[in-house]
Design a protein around this ligand. Structure first.
Ligand SMILES: [Cu+2]
Length: 457
């Protein structure tokens, strides 16, 4: 077994493909697994046709071996432990040691053979989402194949006909297996290496989990009310930043395997949608956005020129998707004086803390949390608590980031005079909205009263 761990800097160390060539042709390709959740350096193709590799956020790409012109991969479906962010781990199901599984990268026209070994306690299969392939290779349990029983290995084989962005996931006990984290990314690179070449090509999957505070295993019967919204089974501040050089053409590809849509928003730059599930979009048909909604089961590729240095958020715009495990039945307490009630409760529960009177900000608060539980709003930034979680990360654009260097450059150093600052001079009166319909207690509301003859009673 070859493992890959933690090394954003030495690309040479990660090419495990050479190590598998000594394995006999009739055997399974050597099993390659990953430990840890750090973003791995791009997997430079050591054999087969050339391509520009992608970088999987908090993930990795699976090495292959060539066998008589066929690219052979070995995926193992198995229980894994995934760290969502420092301080929280979960028991998930995944592939080759991690959830999500490794990214598979091939070239348009490649003949691909994938060995899938099942080490789960129930049957599984893999559906190659978006691929043109023989129906019998589509991976739908019961419809196109029997389920892969525990302990058995099945083989999928097809030609990667269409370049673009794909996913893989089980089509067996699907709700449970996807709620447990079984999924992976697939990129079919164009045979022309210069076609739509980008300087940085990041990929990740969106997934959702329902893990009660203090527990370790997702509730698999949850349909919509998930409490962890993840980028590649990580949540902020556990999601790595996308580190690029000023002037780079940056591509970000996403696949949505959650149970709802996610409007992803980029700060400081416009992007264009260049790819969908069905392929690449011609330049004249692309449209500019700063927020792009990605529906359930969809894939999208966006591109932009990284013109402006800084630490720019890239996040889902549903605000509860940028929070970590939270209770959902919390009443709004803004404006409610809880002092007297808190005194009474404190007699019974000494640690009780009245919350929410001034909003939900917990920036300055230290609260005891159950074991294995992340704060809802967290992440230490250069100016204090970022108060985010879930589907949030940053694109870090730097003038001096070297080509091919994916290392985190640290926080942006703003040029003097370019940061929002406190005003200490005179305060002119700010214009106010006209005083109609104000709901301040004691002020008579200017509401139209029902007139005689128009009553609905
Ligand atoms: Cu979202």
């Amino acid at each position: 077994m070859v493992s890959r761990r933690n090394f954003l800097s030495g690309a040479a160390a990660l090419v495990g493909a050479g190590a598998v060539s000594r394995v006999g042709a009739a055997s399974l390709p050597e099993l390659v697994t990953m430990e840890g959740a750090a973003t791995q350096a791009p997997l430079l193709p050591s054999n087969g046709r050339p391509f520009n590799p992608v970088v999987t956020l908090n993930g990795w790409s699976l090495p292959w071996r060539m066998n008589n012109g066929v690219k052979e991969f070995h995926l193992v479906a198995e229980p894994v432990v995934r760290e969502f962010a420092p301080g929280m781990k979960a028991n998930l199901w995944g592939y080759n040691g991690q959830s999500p599984g490794p990214t598979i990268e091939v070239v348009e026209g490649d003949r691909v053979r994938i060995f899938v070994t099942n080490r789960l306690p129930e049957e599984t299969s893999i559906h190659w989402h978006g691929q043109r392939l023989p129906a019998g290779m589509d991976g739908v349990t019961g419809l196109t194949q029997p389920g892969i029983p525990p302990g058995k290995t099945f083989v999928y084989e097809f030609e990667a006909k269409r370049p673009g962005t794909f996913m893989y996931h089980p089509h067996a006990d699907e709700m449970v297996q996807m709620a447990m984290g079984m999924m992976g990314f697939w990129v079919t690179h164009p045979k022309n290496i210069n076609f739509m070449k980008a300087d940085r090509d990041f990929v990740f999957l969106l997934s959702n989990y329902d893990i009660d505070p203090g527990s370790y295993t997702p509730k698999t019967s949850t349909m919509l009310d998930f409490n962890l919204w993840a980028i590649n089974s990580r949540v902020f501040p556990g999601v790595d930043s996308m580190n690029v050089r000023q002037g780079d053409r940056v591509r970000i590809r996403m696949g949505n395997l959650t149970m709802t849509n996610h409007p992803f928003h980029l700060h400081g730059h416009e992007f264009v949608v260049t790819g969908t599930d069905g392929g690449w979009i011609r330049p004249e048909a692309r449209w500019p956005e700063v927020t792009m909604d990605i529906g359930v089961g969809q894939m999208r590729a966006i591109e932009f020129d990284a013109t402006d240095p800084g630490d720019w958020p890239f996040h889902c715009h549903k605000s509860h998707h940028t929070m970590n495990a939270m209770g959902h039945n919390v009443p709004t307490m803004i404006g409610v004086d809880q002092k007297e009630a808190a005194k009474k409760i404190n007699k019974l529960v000494p640690d009780y803390m009245a919350m929410g009177e001034r909003g939900g900000s917990m920036g300055g608060m230290e609260m005891p949390l159950p074991e294995n539980t992340l704060p809802m709003m967290t992440g230490e930034g250069p100016f204090g608590n970022i108060e985010m979680g879930g589907m949030f990360t940053t694109v870090k654009i730097r003038r001096d980031q070297k080509p091919g260097d994916y290392k985190d450059p640290g926080w942006y150093k703003h040029p003097a005079g370019t940061v929002a600052y406190e005003w200490k001079g005179d305060m002119p009166a700010a214009p106010r909205a006209p005083e109609t319909g104000r709901s301040v207690p004691g002020v008579e509301l200017n509401v139209r009263k029902p007139q005689g003859g128009h009553s609905n009673h």
